[in-house]
Write a protein that binds this ligand. Structure first.
Ligand code: PMP
Length: 532
């Protein structure tokens, strides 16, 4: 065989990752899940319950295997409906689109609809926004070029009819030297060729895409360049245009960048008897991407002031705003869109994760009516996007979130307040251990102080290896049967993203576990930390 023989026990799917997870105590197989509880089998075949605060990395706003979602899935399969019926009417998807637009219009107080472009994962919904924004820019640029061509034709006619002559400043602007400045048609053609060449040169520059420092927008070829974490992004820098990263604490940097990078082309106007050259702007900015609560960046909230500055600057520069609601959306923060809480109105919203109800994999990019390019439907498709199963599940998820006048949103808000109060009390009690409490609703982060100077060697070693947050998570799972993880790029911050089905018992279990953890860290009890 051309293939090397492998031992039967050789792990062939993420072997390194699995080994690492095992070393931290995460090497268990969950065999059952419901609500915020997962069960794994211990050595004796006994089911051990674990309270899940990782929530499928924010995909489980309705918990594991919500009975109504499971029923919708069963009913769908029992009905014999086809899952893949591309190129036909897909009313469930149409209904999802209609519902999402209605929710967006309600939360942002807008009359303009949002169109839905379906895809299969979070990162893919970002790629859709990226591509749609670039398509829009290219079509707008083409319209500018065509208008300039029309203006050149009008000017040519005026010169031919003896009504106008190219002005000296026009020749100056294009650097046409004296001996080439013929009168009449010859001089005009000389100018026209120079305008076309100069514009071709200017518009050849690549578009600029902007994002915030600390952002996470996915790991596909285009989206990873919008993701701030250098370890994810830099090895792939040659594959897609790099983003410019803005510091959210200095949103005025956006306006400065727009001013500095603005692009202009040359146009001609017939002004009285003269042909003059004027500068006009053309679209250079592809889009500005942001999360209003950065998830993987450490649960960091954007202020309403920053949101207003972003809106003003982008609107003045004609740069579309993409708000990534993949983690923050679907009701998690107490409103369907986290951005509606700070009044950030976007041209694009991306949704994924909880849209599939914890069962299906689906994503949507919402495009504001005035920006939507129907031609995009012909150039961007995916076999699996918009499949009937996912759409049916997504529709049921939306119904459940919207039921009882948004009871789910109220629950997210109230449980968020409850958890925040508990975390804040912990910080008060252990100021040397807990550094910060951040987030809104059921998207919360608890940041720990750096332990790289810790007395206990076990704690110090974890911190120096850059895995302190994972060691803490391993401790919580092993000692307390509580599951959570640090955020991907801020590994001193633990995430808490349970479902709205949270119970008082689960909150107090978490409280006790965190209190014990804080005592261990305060007292530098390294043996307890590693379960020794
Ligand atoms: N954007 C945000 C804000 C996310 O949190 C994530 C996933 N953590 C993504 C994009 C990428 O989503 P996916 O993993 O489904 O590609």
């Amino acid at each position: 065989s051309a293939f090397p023989e492998s031992e039967p026990e050789t792990e062939l799917a993420d072997p390194m990752m699995l080994q690492w997870l095992g070393s931290l105590g995460f090497g268990v197989e969950y065999v059952r899940g419901g609500g915020n509880t997962l069960h794994f089998l211990d050595g004796a075949g006994e089911e051990i319950p674990v309270i899940d605060f990782a929530g499928g990395y924010g995909s489980l706003i309705l918990g594991h295997n919500h009975p109504d979602i499971v029923r919708a899935a069963r009913d769908f399969l029992d009905s014999g409906s086809p899952v893949l019926a591309q190129g036909s009417l897909q009313p469930a998807a149409s209904e999802v689109a209609k519902t999402l637009s209605a929710i967006a219009q309600r939360e942002f107080g807008a009359s303009e609809p949002y169109f839905s472009v379906f895809s299969n994962s979070g990162a893919e919904s970002i790629e859709v926004a990226l591509k749609h924004a670039e398509f829009d820019r290219v079509l707008a640029l083409r319209a500018v070029t065509e208008e300039i061509a029309r203006h050149l034709d009008e000017a040519r006619t005026a010169v031919r009819d003896g009504l106008a002559e190219v002005t000296a400043p026009a020749f100056d602007a294009l650097g046409v030297v004296a001996q080439d400045r013929a009168a009449g048609a010859a001089g005009f053609e000389r100018l026209a060729a120079a305008v076309r060449a100069e514009n071709a040169r200017r518009t050849a520059r690549p578009p600029l895409f902007l994002a915030l420092k600390g952002s996470f927008h996915g790991k596909l070829v285009g989206s990873v360049q919008l993701t701030y974490n250098a370890a994810y992004r830099e090895p792939f820098a040659a594959l897609a245009p790099p983003a410019r990263f803005i510091d959210v604490d200095r949103p005025e940097a956006l306006r400065e960048l727009f001013e500095r990078e603005r692009g202009t082309v040359l146009d001609v106007v017939v002004d009285g008897g003269g042909i003059a050259v004027v500068e006009r702007s053309f679209p250079v900015f592809g889009a500005f991407f942001c999360e209003v609560i950065q998830g993987e960046g450490g649960i960091r909230e954007m202020t309403p002031e920053a949101a207003r500055e972003i809106e003003r600057a982008c609107s003045a520069a004609g740069c579309p705003v993409v708000v990534d609601e993949i983690q923050s959306g679907m009701g998690r923060t107490g409103a369907f869109f986290a951005s509606s809480r700070i009044g950030l109105r976007a041209d694009y919203y991306t949704l994924a994760k909880s849209l599939g109800g914890g069962i299906a994999k689906t994503a949507v990019t919402l495009v504001r009516g005035r920006r939507y390019r129907p031609e995009f439907e012909l150039v961007h498709t995916s076999t699996f996007a918009k499949d009937t199963f996912s759409s049916t599940i997504a529709l049921r998820v939306l119904e459940l979130l919207e039921a009882d006048e948004g009871r789910a949103y109220r629950l997210a808000r109230e449980w968020g307040e409850r958890l925040t109060a508990m975390f804040t009390a912990l910080r008060g009690e252990f100021p040397g251990v807990v550094k910060d409490v951040r987030g809104a609703g059921l998207m919360l982060g608890l940041e720990f102080h750096d332990q790289s100077g810790a007395q206990a060697p076990q704690i110090r070693a974890a911190a120096r290896a850059g895995v302190f947050g994972y060691a803490v998570s391993g401790y919580l799972l092993t000692a307390h049967r509580i599951r959570t993880f640090p955020t991907a790029s801020a590994v001193h911050t633990l995430r808490f993203e349970p479902s709205v089905l949270l119970t008082e018992a689960e909150v107090s279990r978490l409280g006790e576990a965190l209190r014990t953890l804080c005592q261990i860290l305060r007292d530098q009890d390294g043996r307890a930390f590693t379960g020794g």
